[in-house]
Ligand binder design. Structure first.
Ligand code: GUN
Length: 283
């Protein structure tokens, strides 16, 4: 069994981004990412801090907009509009979920598709569906990058994704399909879930429930990718996979933390670099 080192692969991706950023800077272009955080959710705060740290590491400018939970929908949309029009901002990211009373979708649709480095805008989602895209969503693309780094081929493999969110499950299925996997997407209404997951060569868990995937749900030699970020009964960080019980059945497994999480941020850097290039007519 091999534990996939997301930190190591993400460091490689960020190094590449940093190198290309140097070359851009020589042309007078500094990629800029605006990060919007509304409210004071502690997990969102950690994610936003990590994103800002990564920007610093690769040489981007990052601007944080930390707004109170009392922010109105209109105020948020006005900020997005202002950022859409700013030349020095190449990427706009609004940390989701937004506090109650604010509409995630309205904000996603307000972000210019050219600056949508999360690839959540319906125009970008549609382009991914037909395989003609500039940006890929960060978590699924990060997972594909990890599989490539470990020479894990998707071609012809049975791929099972648990979870059907717009952010992870659905686009994950699409990216695996692009690589010629045979894809099944399972969700809360799926019958005989264990029977389906046990057949998977590649199993992606994106459910949002601590230690949901147990040994009985995993086939011998499977590649298990854990997208979860939860707290267990002791308050310790854990994934959607019960790592201790599952690990000995796997050929490869991603840990939490140190697996998918760092990859998500590395791809965000990649997308922001690409946005800066496109907006400056490079490539
Ligand atoms: N919330 C959970 N994952 C993400 C992500 O990748 N981007 C944003 N903006 N919010 C998230």
């Amino acid at each position: 069994m091999i534990i996939i080192d997301g930190k190591k692969v993400s460091a490689q991706v960020k190094e590449q981004v940093a190198e290309e950023t140097k070359a851009l800077k020589a042309k007078g272009i500094v990629p800029g990412l605006a990060v919007i955080l509304v409210g004071d959710d502690p997990a969102s705060r950690v994610y936003v801090n990590n994103k800002k740290k990564a920007c610093e590491l690769v040489g981007f400018r990052s601007v944080e907009y930390s707004l109170p939970a009392t922010t109105t929908q209109q105020e948020l949309l006005d900020l997005v509009e202002e950022l859409n029009n700013r030349q020095d901002i190449n990427g706009i990211l609004c940390q989701l979920p937004l506090p109650k009373g604010l509409d995630d979708n309205a904000v996603i649709e307000a972000i210019s598709p050219l600056k949508d480095v999360d690839a959540f805008h319906k125009q970008n989602v549609g382009r991914i569906m037909i395989g003609d895209y500039d940006f890929l969503p960060c978590t699924p693309a990060g997972i594909m990058e990890m599989l490539r780094a470990y020479d894990i081929s998707v071609d012809g493999k049975k791929c099972v994704v648990i979870g059907r969110s717009n952010i992870v499950g659905k686009p994950m299925g699409m990216l695996l399909l692009h690589e010629n996997g045979t894809v099944t997407i399972c969700h809360s209404h799926t019958k005989n879930l264990s029977e389906i997951t046990r057949e998977a060569d590649i199993l992606v868990a994106a459910i949002g429930k601590a230690k949901f995937v147990i040994a009985d749900m995993v086939g011998e030699g499977a590649v298990v990718i854990d997208v979860g970020m939860n707290r267990d009964e002791k308050g310790k960080l854990c994934g959607d996979v019960d790592f201790e019980s599952v690990k000995d059945k796997c050929s490869y497994i991603t840990p939490v933390p140190g697996g998918v999480g760092p990859m998500t941020i590395a791809i965000l850097m990649k997308n922001t670099l690409k946005a800066a290039k496109l907006q400056n007519g490079i490539q």
